[in-house]
Write a protein that binds this ligand. Structure first.
Ligand code: PLZ
Length: 447
């Protein structure tokens, strides 16, 4: 049984190791997992969770680990945030499901209204809700194809958009996401991304390079949309050079190609603004959201210009669970928390602290070749000193050392050599500092 009944910010905000990681209770459960759960479902850090909240995850052995991953950028408001818990409890006791397509309810409409207000641009907007990020991306493509009458979908190098058939085609990396799973959906075309550390190009030059590829190899009049993460997520937290997104946006507007911003990882205060596009003054035609939107409940959205969203025939968008009332209640609680506590400001403060620590670390360890990110979405790319040759082995070693020392860290990037930091914004400063002491120790121990 779990040693703790509830999580949330009242959990002691401390790193506490009472066994090795993973401990005996987690190791026993890992054997059960191996017996009953498909091997294809991997696990980055096999501690079984009993409770979580603020900046910690407590496991079944009684260890308390510092969370620098937020369940992959989900827990902006923190785990089991009181505002989310209260609304979810109230909703789950009232009704758990009707299917919005059968009989509607307020929560769905309230979330769509909030998305219309918060996403970039002050034009008339409408939304539709789904269960996962991949599903949102699929539906954004459906809307774009219907509105434009064109089929082509442009995506970028290093992109990650999901694990369904269309979104696998849109995702760049083969292992582990695509290997052996084809054939993939057609009409997906890939253009070069701006990657300042590796290409040294200005934003406008990188945009011209991408536009040239799309012009010559596809033709704008065959493209329904251009789908882009304004900051790459799984692909390595690459922040495109300033002007790259604006250059693409101008070209898209001039050619009738719809600009779809995939803000599933960057959205909802993570980067220090409601959305990453806000930093560049770019207003996408459509935006996909998920992850941080609902404090851990499964919910995703597509939001866009009302005329685009309404181009789809009645009944063309939906699904049994999309915009489930309990998930919508979670979103309304999370959004309230972000609004009342200025979580964008908090993300900037957390990001500033992390950048300072990473700069100090890079001065000592030449394997750290690049520091990048925005707000509380920061990463370091590890390369053989003085080169751009990826050092994935070192990233894996540092990651494992952090895990053993009680800090939940994640890697990412096409070459697996990027170490990324995504703390819950509810993490106390002292705990964040302690986590980076551990990261520094892990670099020293693996040097
Ligand atoms: N678009 C930008 O980051 C999800 C994937 C983890 P789903 N990223 C984490 C994994 O290995 O499966 C993501 C994203 C961007 C789309 C998605 C897909 O969102 O909710 O996982 O479907």
């Amino acid at each position: 049984m779990s040693p703790l009944a509830t999580g949330g910010p009242s959990l002691p905000q401390e790193r506490r190791l009472v066994t090795e990681i993973p401990g005996p209770e987690s190791s026993a459960r890992l054997e059960r997992k191996k017996a009953h759960v498909a091997d294809g479902v991997g696990t980055a850090l096999p501690i079984f969770v009993a409770a979580a909240g603020g900046g910690v995850i407590v496991d079944v052995d009684g260890n308390s680990l510092i969370d620098l991953g937020s369940g992959i950028a989900v827990l902006s408001v923190g785990n089991a945030a009181p505002s989310v818990v209260a609304r979810v409890q109230e909703q789950v006791a009232a009704f758990t499901h009707t299917c919005f397509m059968v009989t509607p309810y307020d929560g769905y409409v309230d979330v769509c209204a909030a998305l219309g207000e918060l996403t970039p641009g002050d034009h008339a907007k409408k939304s539709a809700l789904f269960n996962s990020g991949a599903e949102a991306v699929e539906n954004a493509v459906k809307v774009a194809r219907t509105f434009t009458g064109r089929n082509g979908v442009a995506v970028f190098d290093h992109a990650y958009h999901g694990r369904t058939n269309l979104t696998m085609a849109m995702t760049a990396k083969n292992m582990p996401y695509k290997h052996g799973f084809g054939p993939f959906a057609g009409e997906v075309y890939r253009a070069p991304m701006s990657y300042p550390f590796r290409d040294g190009l200005s934003g406008s030059d990188a945009a011209a390079r991408a536009i040239d590829v799309l012009d010559k190899q596809v033709g704008a009049d065959s493209l329904a949309c251009l789908v882009i993460e304004p900051i790459l997520g799984e692909g390595g937290f690459v922040v495109p050079a300033p002007g790259f997104l604006a250059g693409l946006s101008e070209w898209a507007a001039a050619t009738g190609v719809l600009l779809v911003a995939d803000e599933i990882q960057t959205g909802f205060c993570r980067t220090g603004a409601w959305f990453a596009c806000d930093h560049e003054g770019v207003v996408p035609d459509l935006i996909t959201t998920a992850k941080g939107i609902a404090g851990g409940m499964p919910l995703a959205g597509v939001t866009g210009r009302a005329d685009l969203m309404d181009s789809v025939h009645v009944g063309g968008l939906g699904g049994t669970y999309g915009g489930n009332p309990v998930a919508c209640a979670g979103a309304l609680g999370a959004i309230e928390e972000m609004r009342t506590h200025d979580l964008s400001g908090r993300a900037r403060a957390v990001g500033g602290r992390m950048r300072g620590r990473l700069e100090a670390l890079a001065a000592e360890h030449p394997v750290i070749a690049d520091i990048r990110g925005r707000g509380a979405m920061m990463a370091i790319e590890l390369c053989e000193p003085g080169t751009t040759t990826p050092d994935a082995a070192r990233a894996a070693a540092v990651n494992a050392a952090c895990h053993r020392a009680g800090v939940v860290t994640l890697t990412c990037g096409t070459w697996g050599n990027v170490f990324r930091f995504l703390p819950p914004l509810a993490i106390p400063d002292a705990l964040l500092e302690e986590a980076f002491d551990v990261v520094a120790g892990a670099f020293a121990a693996t040097a």
